[in-house]
Design a protein around this ligand. Sequence first.
Ligand SMILES: [Zn+2]
Length: 110
Amino acid sequence: MEAKKHQIECHNCQERMTIDFATANFATAVSVINGKKTETRTYFEQCPNCDAVNKVTSDNKEEWGKRKGPNIKFFMFSGMLGCLLFLVLGILALYFAFQGLGFVVDWLYK
Ligand SMILES: [Zn+2]
């Protein structure tokens, strides 16, 4: 399957430009909803006219061509990191609950 070339207008100067999925840098996001894995890619390309970075998001695998994304271990790691962050927030919330509202207000206005 050939990678798609997206024609877009630069958000900065309205010049028409092409984001070529075969060569542009991209970031990948993976979301799992109801056990179904959805992968979207956001492609970045600099405007040749004004150097502003434009982006196109696509969830259509057939547009992406043969290029591989970052490997799956990275996603598992970032998923774990997300859990850890959530845990820390939970602990913080508990901490403030025990300290009482007075302490929180005190801490905010310090
Ligand atoms: Zn531009």
